[in-house]
Design a protein around this ligand. Structure first.
Ligand SMILES: Cc1cc2nc3c(=O)[nH]c(=O)nc-3n(C[C@H](O)[C@H](O)[C@H](O)COP(=O)(O)OP(=O)(O)OC[C@H]3O[C@@H](n4cnc5c(N)ncnc54)[C@H](O)[C@@H]3O)c2cc1C
Length: 223
């Protein structure tokens, strides 16, 4: 496998615990929107600690971007990623991953599980092909919603939020249920894209099966 050493060019705080890292793009490097890479921090204690992260940039950009949730309380790689500075280096592998766009439908994400959909929806917008795609985004609170303004611009009324730990006038409160899906989706004969923590994915897959969604119409990746 071809590993590439890349320097961080800029870092942006996206939410209270999510950062976007912009870094150099190796010559000729490209990926399918939705794909990830195994990533190591180029520091002695971290070289063997590879973790997968999804590209949220477009192939057209002159640099690459990851959007990463930092687990500060947990002594893992993302905590160290939270301490990285411009000029520090990452080592990225060839792109891989299960999620890619297979036609118009409903994207359902939990938390950082939205990252493949950032790439796919940005790409569709860039190509003027956003159509009637919908994003259902489950988070704990408003402060956790990654790229809220951008999704509102790209998707308008097709950007649907649900919050488990905060009640607001604007967004649904609670967890995704069959009833909630039925209230927000008028056609289940479409593609469904799922990405989030395994318990959420299991629950939603069962709900979609009960709603007669063909399993071949479900594209998914657990984070
Ligand atoms: C294909 C793929 C693509 C991914 N893309 C992205 C992406 O673009 N952006 C992104 O943010 N994430 C992404 N992830 C998830 C990301 O890989 C993990 O969050 C990351 O590996 C965690 O690394 P870590 O060393 O910090 O945690 P690890 O030590 O590997 O811990 C594993 C898990 O423990 C859990 N954990 C966190 N805090 C605690 C705690 N205090 N106590 C116990 N458990 C805890 C978290 O769920 C964490 O994922 C992706 C995952 C996959 C499979």
């Amino acid at each position: 496998m071809n590993d590439n050493k890349v320097k961080i060019i800029s870092i942006e705080n996206v939410t209270h615990d999510v950062k976007s890292l912009n870094f150099e793009k190796p010559k000729g490097y490209s990926f399918t929107p939705g794909q990830a890479s195994d990533v190591a921090i180029n520091k002695p204690n971290y070289l063997n600690e590879k973790r997968p992260f999804t590209f949220t940039s477009l192939n057209d950009w002159d640099h690459l971007e990851f959007t990463i949730k930092i687990y500060k309380e947990h002594n893992g790689v993302t905590k160290e990623i939270g301490n990285l500075k411009v000029g520090d280096e990452l080592i990225i592998s060839e792109p891989w991953g299960a999620i890619s766009y297979k036609g118009e439908g409903v994207f359902i994400a939990g938390g950082a599980g939205v990252t493949p959909f950032i790439a796919i929806l940005r790409d569709l917008q860039f190509k003027n092909e956003i159509g009637n795609n919908k994003l259902i985004f489950a988070n704990k609170t408003v402060a956790d919603i990654i790229r809220r303004d951008e999704f509102e611009k790209i998707l308008g009324k097709n950007f649907i939020n649900i919050l488990s730990h905060e009640k607001t006038d604007k967004y649904e409160h609670g967890n995704i249920t069959e009833g909630f899906l039925k209230s927000r989706i008028d056609d289940f004969n479409k593609m469904f894209y799922l990405c989030g923590p395994p318990p959420m994915m299991d629950a939603i897959e069962k709900q979609l099966t009960n709603l007669h969604v063909d399993e071949n119409s479900i594209v998914k990746e657990a984070f």
